[in-house]
Design a protein around this ligand. Structure first.
Ligand SMILES: C[S@@+](CC[C@H](N)C(=O)[O-])C[C@H]1O[C@@H](n2cnc3c(N)ncnc32)[C@H](O)[C@@H]1O
Length: 295
């Protein structure tokens, strides 16, 4: 089961020079009824996402996939893992488009700055948390985009978590050897999209279930932004994300939550601030990101 998933996320493992498969990004900015005019995925976002995709592929090329498999086997043997990703649509793996993510973070920046200014008058940033973080690409990318107190992921599937756990070390190793790895002609462009290694946000990954209120609260503590690529996440009878009621108590007022293709419930204490359409290599017509504020 874990080996099958590994063949999807790391089809080229064991071949260090090979890159993980890339998705074709097809920009789409279909109009929407909720305020979105200032939130657009531009060619500049897509270009920055492409650059990020390259160096993040390099990060994950350094993962020891055999080690990840044995860690995952140990978790499964412990009996802590009860659902199976090959039987559960909600655990279906997919990766959010990086250019779209760059655009989302940029669009949220004024809200984040305002919220963090209230939370920490000293000017300290809040945390970024990806709920359902897969192999950890989004927290790695988030760390490159702006300062955070930490960038974290919460993931249920053992083998994905086991890969993500190696990402911080792989990123450090890449940073240490960046001069050797960089293509001279794109060095400046790549450096621009790499995390600042002067004061990088600490990266951390937890294996747990977002429907476990304690795990969700721990994972999202101090978050100024929570992200969920939630297309397949369970919804309640009203079509709202089932995790919505568990999420709000963990967050400070003003925290930003971004959900994709599914919405939170305003009754749980969330206000819809904006929506933004963008590319999704696996969905014709793209995806919609909903930007929420905890109220
Ligand atoms: C569409 S993938 C997104 C991965 C990553 N955020 C990205 O965009 O690259 C959704 C992830 O959520 C995870 N997931 C689903 N249900 C979960 C739960 N109850 N608790 C934690 N993670 C969950 C899945 O296993 C999957 O890795």
């Amino acid at each position: 089961m874990a080996a099958a998933l590994l063949s999807v996320v790391a089809p080229n493992r064991g071949r260090p020079a090979a890159r993980l498969q890339r998705r074709a990004a097809s920009a789409s900015n279909a109009g929407s009824g909720v305020p979105s005019s200032s939130f657009e995925v531009t060619p500049a976002h897509i270009a920055k996402g492409e650059v990020a995709r390259e160096w993040i592929a390099d990060v994950f090329e350094n993962v020891d996939y055999e080690l990840a498999l044995s860690s995952s086997d140990a978790i499964e043997a412990s009996g802590e893992y009860v659902r199976r990703e090959d039987e559960d649509e909600e655990l279906r793996y997919g990766e959010f488009d990086m250019g779209f993510f760059v655009a989302v973070v940029e669009a949220c920046e004024p809200m984040l700055a305002e919220m963090e200014g209230r939370m920490h008058p000293s000017g300290a940033p809040g945390a970024f948390v990806d709920v359902g973080s897969g192999r950890g690409q989004i927290p790695v990318l988030a760390a490159a985009l702006r300062p955070w107190s930490r960038c974290a992921g919460l993931e249920y599937v053992p083998v994905l978590h086991a890969i993500a756990e190696q990402a911080p070390t792989c990123l450090e190793n890449l940073a240490a050897s960046e001069a050797a790895l960089f293509d001279e002609s794109r060095a400046a462009e790549r450096l621009n999209a790499m995390p600042s290694f002067d004061s990088p946000a600490p990266l951390s990954f937890t294996r747990g279930d977002m429907y476990d209120a304690g795990a969700l609260t721990d994972a999202t503590r101090g978050a100024s932004m929570v992200f969920m690529f939630s297309t397949k996440f369970a919804v309640d009878g009203d079509g709202r994300l089932a995790v919505s009621p568990n999420l709000r108590p963990a967050l400070a007022s003003g925290a930003v939550v971004v959900t994709v293709n599914n919405e939170l419930a305003t009754a749980d204490g969330f206000e819809l601030v904006a929506r933004m359409d963008g590319p999704d290599g696996e969905r014709s017509g793209g995806s919609t990101a909903y930007v929420w504020r905890a109220v």
